[in-house]
Each structure stands twice: as structure tokens, then as C-alpha cells.
Ligand binder design. Structure first.
Ligand code: PLP
Length: 482
């Protein structure tokens, strides 16, 4: 493809994307396809000779698009959002074109320096402590693994310092997190080699936030039993219900027991762009590390996970590797982000964060987050006012956990089954998409307002679709409804 042909096709793709983002609301959010259906239409072998781009784009439309789940649909209320705003898409196009490997300062000085700069912007935008330094990782799962690996290194050194490096009796390490924590914590504990039997799952309160008194008991029990608490992972905004672990008492316990304190605010951290929501991070100054995903709620397309750490030396001590071929004359003067995480090769992700912050401005980002929180509050009021539905958890941010509870049905298992069916019926409409979770062992529907194109009309439509699906199920023959 020569440069003129590339120019022409790039224009076609840009037109395609503009149409897509404008019209995505007309498509079914969830593609009505069966497993294997998309693949069965693909040729068994690759083409022997190159095909024209027109053919590729046509096949993309006919074969691939029907099997795409539309995360940019204004009726997207599932999981948490994964927004791709127009400025972030444009930055991603430039990033793809530059194709710079941002492993060292030398391999793209502007990428490194923009990442340093824009992470400083983000830190201040969220009101995080001034002594936090940021680096962009791919996902929160990676950021949490990085925290766990750093905690392990620090605890091992600590143990070695006390007992001597060759002492096999160094205390075994333990990790603590909420029973409601994201599965990436347990995965990280496994990958970092602690062993799942060293992960302590701490009981939560009636609002699904971790109980500091239970954490204190677990830490003390382990210390007396000869374990060394290495890390506590708190969650601000749990995946199931956006419960907010209280950071201050947890941080104080971490100080007392010498444990690394990592805060997973992957989704909810973005709410701290609003000064009146900064209370959710009260006590964050006690944290050793912190993760928030701009690729969830801050208009930056996947992937962009912002990881902040206080002790950069601890990070370098864990990840630094400088083989001869990577060394440069500038190493003593610059930051080489390859030493701040697991990967060597790194994408130029700072560009999209920069484009997004500049395009929307602080006011624009705040307005979007506030609008989502207000829309969720409105939906919550509808749920609370309905005799047929009930809220199942507090709504501190923009996620509403609720269930259908028809009058006269009180058996927990029957309600679970009804809600499973109503969710399937809601999503089968194609006009909105919700997901579910378990809270206190019960099946709960989650409506997460956060897609950047979602308006009040979309939230109203969701409520109508939900009510209608419930009414139709209630009117169906007894065995398929109540
Ligand atoms: N932590 C929390 C609280 C989450 O809700 C999620 C995903 O939704 C994750 C971690 C994992 O995020 P990622 O997909 O960036 O690894």
C-alpha cells in the first residue's frame, strides 16, 4: 500500500468511524450470534496473494461487525464502561502510525516526557498526594500485580535484613484484601508467588466495604502465628457494588504492621475529578501505591491504567534490568519506564491521555462524571419508588444494584431465578445491556451509567425496558414466571 492509497483508505476509515460513533445507538448492543457463527464464515486458509483494501473493509462490515458487542452504545450499562471518546481514538491513530516503542527515554524521548507530565496532571486532577509519581500500565490487573511484586520484594528484603539472607526460616508472607475485591487481586497473589493460601479474605460490612476491625484481627493473628503481612489491597469502588473501603483506618493498620498499602480505585478513582467526591479517597496519603483506569470512566480508550507509587526506588528495585544492549549514555539523567513494570516494549499511551484532558478540559471531565452520577441517582429514585423493584446496595457513584422483587415472591432462590430471566429478556431487546453480580449470595442486576454518549433519555429507556421485561415475565404462564 503506497502512501497515496494509504491516505485514501485512512480517510475511508475515518469516515467509517465517524458514522459508527454517530449511529451506534441503532445497533443491538449485544450481537445476536451463536458461538462459532462468525468463525464459520471465515476462509479456512489465508489468501495466497494480497487482497484490495476495499474487500477487507467490506468483509469487516459484513463478517465482523455483526459479531461485535457495542461498548460505545449509549444503552451500555454493563460491567463498568470502557469509553473511547473521539479525541482518544484520534490519538490512538497517531500512536499506531508512529509505532514508537516507549521502553526507554531514548526510544522516544517525547513519549517518556509526556507520560511523566500528563501523569502529574492526572495526579493533581484527582487530588492525589503530591509525592505520588505515575506510570501508565496496560490494565489494573497488571498495576495490582506490580504492587504485589513490589510489596513482596520489600517484605523479603525486610525479612532478610532482620533474619539474614540465607535464613530459610524467614517469615512466610501474607496478603489481605476484601471479600469483595476484584479477582485480579487473587490472580496477582498467585502470579507473584505468595500462594493463594496466604491470601486473607476480609469480611465486609452491610454496605460491602471491608471491616477494619476484622482486618486488624487477621493481621494480629498472623503476626502472632509467625507470618509477615506483606501487602493490603483496599478497593475504592468494588466491582460488584462500588463499595468504598475506608482507606484511613486500613492505611493506619498497614503502617502499624509494616505492610505495603495498595489502593485499587480502577473504576471509582475517576470520580475524584470532582472536588466534592474526593472524600472517597480520604486516607489515600497513607497508600504506597494506587491504580485508576482512565480507560474505564475518563474517556480514554482501552488500554490506559494509571499506576501511582510513592517510593519509586522500591519499584526500580523490583523491576530494573539493564542488559548492555539497552544501556544509553543518558541513563543517569532520564526515566526509563521499562524499569517501572513488567513489560519491556511499551505503547505510547500518554498521547491519548493528553489529547483527552486537553480536548475536554478539567471542566468537561468533571461535567461528564457528574452527569453520570446524577443519572444513576435518578434511576435509583425510580427503583426506590417502585413496589416491584428494590435496591440491593448503596449507590455512592454511578452504579445501581437492584433486583426485581414482585409482590408475594419472597423465596431467595425464586427471586434469583426471576432476575436471571428478566436480565436475559432485557438484554435480548438489544436496546440496552446490563450485567449481574452476587451480593450476599443473591442474584443482583447492575446498571452502570458511564458510557460517554448516554443521556437521560437512554436511562429512561433502560427503566422502561426493565419494567416491560418484568411485566411480560409476570404475565407469562406460571412455570416461566413466578
Ligand atoms: N479492579 C476493579 C475494582 C475492577 O472493577 C476491575 C475491572 O472492572 C479491575 C480491577 C480489572 O481491571 P482491568 O481490566 O484493567 O485489569
Amino acid at each position: 500500500m503506497d502512501s497515496e492509497l494509504f491516505r485514501a483508505h485512512a480517510h475511508e476509515v475515518a469516515d467509517w468511524l465517524a458514522d459508527y460513533l454517530r449511529d451506534v445507538g441503532r445497533r443491538p448492543v449485544l450481537p445476536p450470534v451463536a458461538p462459532g457463527q462468525i468463525r464459520s464464515q471465515l476462509p479456512a486458509d489465508p489468501p495466497a496473494s494480497g487482497e484490495p483494501f476495499e474487500q477487507l473493509l467490506a468483509d469487516f462490515d459484513q463478517l465482523i461487525l455483526p459479531g461485535i458487542t457495542h461498548w460505545q452504545h449509549p444503552g451500555w450499562f454493563g460491567y463498568f464502561p470502557a469509553n473511547a471518546s473521539p479525541p482518544s481514538i484520534l490519538a490512538e491513530m497517531l500512536t499506531a502510525g508512529l509505532a514508537a516503542q516507549c521502553m526507554s527515554w531514548q526510544t522516544s524521548p517525547a513519549a517518556t516526557e509526556l507520560e511523566q507530565h500528563v501523569m502529574g496532571w492526572l495526579r493533581d486532577l484527582l487530588g492525589l498526594p503530591a509525592d505520588f509519581t505515575g506510570v501508565i500500565q496496560d490494565t489494573a490487573s497488571t498495576s495490582t500485580l506490580v504492587a504485589l511484586l513490589t510489596a513482596r520484594e520489600r517484605a523479603t528484603d525486610f525479612a532478610a535484613g532482620v533474619r539474614g539472607l540465607d535464613d530459610t526460616a524467614a517469615p512466610p508472607l501474607t496478603v489481605y484484601t476484601s471479600a469483595e475485591a476484584h479477582s485480579s487481586v487473587a490472580k496477582g497473589v498467585k502470579l507473584a508467588g505468595f500462594g493463594l493460601d496466604r491470601l486473607r479474605s476480609i469480611e465486609t460490612d452491610q454496605d460491602y466495604a471491608v471491616r477494619p476491625d476484622r482486618l486488624a484481627q487477621a493481621l494480629e493473628y498472623d503476626r502472632r502465628a509467625g507470618f509477615k503481612p506483606a501487602c493490603v489491597v483496599a478497593t475504592v469502588g468494588t466491582t460488584s457494588s462500588t463499595a468504598l473501603d475506608p482507606l484511613r483506618p486500613i492505611g493506619e493498620l498497614c503502617r502499624e504492621y509494616g505492610a505495603w498499602f495498595h489502593v485499587d480505585a480502577s473504576y471509582a478513582g475517576s470520580a475524584a475529578v470532582l472536588p466534592d467526591f474526593r472524600w472517597i479517597l480520604d486516607g489515600v496519603e497513607l497508600a504506597d501505591s494506587f491504580v485508576v483506569n482512565p480507560h474505564k470512566w475518563l474517556l480514554v480508550n482501552f488500554d490506559c491504567s494509571a499506576y501511582f507509587v510513592r517510593d519509586v526506588d522500591a519499584l526500580l528495585h523490583t523491576f530494573q534490568a539493564s542488559p548492555e544492549y539497552l544501556r544509553t549514555a543518558r541513563d543517569a539523567e532520564v526515566v526509563n519506564f521499562r524499569d517501572w513494570g513488567i513489560q519491556l516494549g511499551r505503547r505510547f499511551r500518554a498521547l491519548k491521555l493528553w489529547f483527552v484532558i486537553r480536548s475536554y478540559g478539567v471542566d468537561g471531565l468533571r461535567a461528564m462524571v457528574r452527569r453520570h452520577i446524577e443519572l444513576a441517582a435518578e434511576f435509583r429514585r425510580w427503583v426506590d419508588a417502585s413496589p416491584e423493584f428494590e435496591a440491593m446496595a448503596p449507590t455512592p457513584l454511578a452504579l445501581v444494584c437492584f433486583r426485581w422483587h414482585p409482590v408475594g415472591v419472597d423465596d431467595g432462590a425464586a427471586l434469583d431465578e426471576l432476575n436471571r430471566r428478566v436480565l436475559a429478556a432485557i438484554n435480548a431487546t438489544g436496546s440496552v445491556f446490563l450485567t449481574h453480580t452476587l451480593l450476599g449470595g443473591r442474584y443482583v442486576l447492575r446498571l452502570a451509567v458511564g458510557q460517554w454518549q448516554t443521556t437521560e433519555a437512554d436511562v429512561s429507556r433502560a427503566w422502561r425496558v426493565i419494567q416491560q421485561a418484568a411485566a411480560e415475565l409476570a404475565a407469562a404462564p406460571a412455570e416461566s414466571a413466578r
